[in-house]
Design a protein around this ligand. Structure first.
Ligand code: FAD
Ligand code: NAD
Length: 467
C-alpha cells in the first residue's frame, strides 16, 4: 500500500514552497513536486530575485558614474563587467534556491522532481525527467503552478533578440537600443536595468499612462522622472508587429484609438504585457476544477470546487506577486491543518523597484472616488525630508489617504528613496486598522526617511511641518 500524504503540492514557487514548509511545521506529511531543476519558481529563478540583483548592481553603476559626483566622490576608469554582474546575480539565485531545499529538509518536506498532474480523486501522478511515472496517494492536493509570459500575437519571442523578462535577465551584451512593449512593472524595472548600463530604451504602452494599477498622481510624476532619465515613452500606442531584419528589429505600432502607423527600430525588443496563469497538463477539467475566462483557477478560500483540491498563487485571481502567493500558500496549509486561516487581501503592498522606488498599499485615490468613499489626504515631499536632503535623493513624495469620518487609513502611496522598505510600516498600520493620527502621533527617529510618512499622516489633519 502506497504512503498516504496529508497534502501534495504541485509547484515549488513562493505559493508552493511556503505552503509546504508551513505544512511541515504543522506536522503534516507533505510532498512538493517541482518540474524545474531548482526550487523557488519564477520568483527565485527568473523573477523577483535576479531582477532585483540586476537592479541593485545597475543602480550602483549609475550612481558611481553620476550621482556620487554630487557627493564629492570622484571616480575614474569606471568600467562595466557584465559577465561578473550576471555571475553575481546567478550566485545569489543559486544560494537562495539551495536555501529552500535546506528548509524543506529541516521541515520534513519531501521534494519530488518531476511534473505533477491530477490523476483521480486523491491521486497525483508524477512524471520524472526520463518519463517514468509514479502515483502519490494524498488527502489534499494544492495547485501552485504559477504563471507564464502572455504572448503578443505577431511578435515571436526567441529569448535572444525578441525577449521576455527571462531573456532580458540574461543578455550577454548591452544592447545599443531596446524597445519595451508594456509600461508595467517589468517594463520599467528591466528597462531601467538596461538604460543604466547604456541602452537607449523606448517604451510602447497601449494605455495613455504608465503603471496601470498604481495611484494616478504617482504614475504621472513617475513618468516625468523616468522621461528625464532617458526613457522614451510612446503612450496610447499598440504594437502590430515586429520584423526581424538582419542587423535590427523593426517594430510597427499604431495609435490605440486608430491612426497612422509608425515604426521604431531597435537591437532588442522586450515583450512584457503581463503574465497569464499556467495550468497546462494538470488534468483540471477531468478533475472537475473550474477556471474563469482568463484561465485563473476559481477558488473560495483557496478551495476549488473539486473535493480535496486547493489552489494558490499566480494561477488564481489577484495580484501576481510573490508575497501574495506566499500568504496564500501558508493560509492554505493552515486551513488543511484545521486552523483558522486568513489572508487580508486589502493589505497586500505593491512595489516597483525603479529609482526612485514606487510603493503602495490599500486603495488609490481613483478607487476611492469610484467607490464613492469620502477621504482626507495628507502628502509630504522628500525634498522637505532632512535625511533625503542629506542623501541628495529628494525625488518623490508620500501620500496618506484616510476615511473622512473615522480617520482609518485607506491607502498609502509613496515614490522615493527606500520606499520599498517604508511601505511595511504603512501595511502594518493598516493591518491593525490604524487611524492616520496613530502614525502622526508615533515618534519616528530623526533624521530618517520614514519621517516623511509621519509628516504625510500629520498632513491629513493639516499640521504637516514643512518649510
Ligand atoms: P511560480 O513562482 O511561477 O511557481 C510555480 C512553479 O510551479 C514553477 O517553478 C513551475 O516550474 C512549477 N510547475 C508548473 N507546473 C508544474 C507541474 N505540472 N508539475 C510540477 N511543477 C510545476 N513579485 C513580487 O512580489 N516582487 C517582485 O519583485 C517580483 N518581480 C518579478 C520579476 C519578474 C521578471 C517576474 C517575471 C515576476 C516577478 N514577480 C515579482 C512575480 C512573482 O515572481 C510571482 O508572483 C510569483 O513567483 C508567483 O508564485 P507562484 O508560486 O504562484 O508561482
Ligand atoms: P503588467 O501588468 O505590470 O504591465 C503590462 C503592461 O502592458 C500594462 O501597462 C498594459 O497596459 C500593457 N499592455 C498590455 N497589452 C499591450 C499591448 N498589446 N501593447 C502595449 N502595451 C500593452 O505586466 P508585466 O510588467 O508583464 O508584469 C507581469 C506580472 O509580474 C505583473 O502582474 C507583476 O505583478 C509581476 N511583477 C511584479 C514585480 C514587482 O512586484 N516589483 C516585478 C515584475 C513583475
Amino acid at each position: 500500500m502506497a504512503e498516504l500524504y496529508d497534502l501534495v503540492i504541485i509547484g515549488g514557487g513562493p505559493g508552493g514552497y511556503n505552503g509546504a514548509i508551513r505544512a511541515g511545521q504543522l506536522g503534516l506529511k507533505v510532498a512538493c513536486i517541482e518540474k524545474g531543476k531548482t526550487l523557488g519558481g519564477t520568483c527565485l529563478n527568473v523573477g523577483c530575485i535576479p531582477s532585483k540583483a540586476l537592479l541593485h548592481a545597475s543602480e550602483a553603476f549609475e550612481d558611481v558614474s553620476g550621482h556620487y559626483g554630487d557627493l564629492g566622490i570622484k571616480t575614474t576608469g569606471l568600467a562595466l563587467d557584465l559577465d561578473k554582474m550576471m555571475a553575481a546575480k546567478t550566485e545569489t539565485v543559486d544560494g537562495l534556491t539551495k536555501g529552500i531545499a535546506f528548509l524543506f529538509k529541516k521541515n520534513k518536506v519531501e521534494h519530488i522532481t518531476g511534473t505533477g498532474c491530477i490523476a483521480g480523486t486523491g491521486q497525483v501522478e508524477v512524471t520524472d525527467a526520463k518519463g517514468k511515472k509514479s502515483i502519490l496517494q494524498t488527502k489534499n492536493t494544492v495547485i501552485a503552478t504559477g504563471s507564464e509570459v502572455t504572448p503578443l500575437p505577431g511578435v515571436e519571442i526567441d529569448e535572444k533578440r525578441i525577449v521576455s523578462s527571462t531573456g532580458a535577465l540574461s543578455l550577454t551584451k548591452v544592447p545599443k537600443s531596446m524597445v519595451v512593449i508594456g509600461a508595467g512593472v517589468i517594463g520599467l524595472e528591466l528597462g531601467s536595468v538596461w538604460r543604466r548600463l547604456g541602452t537607449k530604451v523606448s517604451v510602447v504602452e497601449y494605455l495613455p499612462r504608465i503603471l496601470p494599477g498604481a495611484d494616478g498622481e504617482i504614475a504621472k510624476q513617475a513618468a516625468r522622472i523616468f522621461k528625464r532619465q532617458g526613457f522614451d515613452f510612446h503612450l496610447g500606442m499598440k504594437v502590430t508587429g515586429v520584423e526581424k531584419l538582419k542587423s535590427k528589429l523593426k517594430l510597427t505600432m499604431e495609435p490605440a484609438n486608430g491612426g497612422e502607423a509608425q515604426t521604431l527600430e531597435a537591437e532588442t525588443v522586450l515583450v512584457c504585457i503581463g503574465r497569464r496563469p499556467f495550468t497546462q497538463g494538470l488534468g483540471l477539467e477531468e478533475a472537475g476544477v473550474k477556471t474563469d475566462a482568463r484561465g485563473f483557477i476559481e477558488t473560495d478560500h483557496w478551495k476549488t470546487g473539486a473535493p480535496g483540491i486547493w489552489a494558490v498563487g499566480d494561477c488564481t485571481r489577484g495580484p501576481m506577486l510573490a508575497h501574495k502567493a506566499e500568504e496564500e500558500g501558508v493560509a492554505c496549509a493552515e486551513a488543511i491543518a484545521g486552523k483558522a486561516a486568513h489572508v487580508n487581501y486589502g493589505v497586500i503592498p505593491g512595489v516597483v523597484y525603479t529609482a526612485p522606488e514606487i510603493a503602495w498599499v490599500g486603495r488609490t485615490e481613483e478607487e476611492l472616488k469610484s467607490a464613492g468613499i469620502a477621504y482626507k489626504k495628507g502628502a509630504f515631499p522628500f525634498s522637505a525630508n532632512s535625511r533625503a536632503r542629506a542623501n541628495h535623493a529628494t525625488q518623490g513624495f508620500v501620500k496618506v489617504l484616510a476615511d473622512a469620518t473615522t480617520d482609518e487609513i485607506l491607502g498609502v502611496h509613496m515614490m522615493g528613496p527606500n520606499v520599498s522598505e517604508m511601505i511595511g510600516e504603512a501595511a502594518l498600520a493598516m493591518e491593525f486598522r490604524a487611524a492616520s493620527e496613530d502614525i502622526a502621533r508615533t515618534c519616528h527617529a530623526h533624521p530618517t526617511l520614514s519621517e516623511a510618512l509621519r509628516q504625510a499622516a500629520m498632513g491629513v489633519e493639516g499640521w504637516t511641518m514643512q518649510m
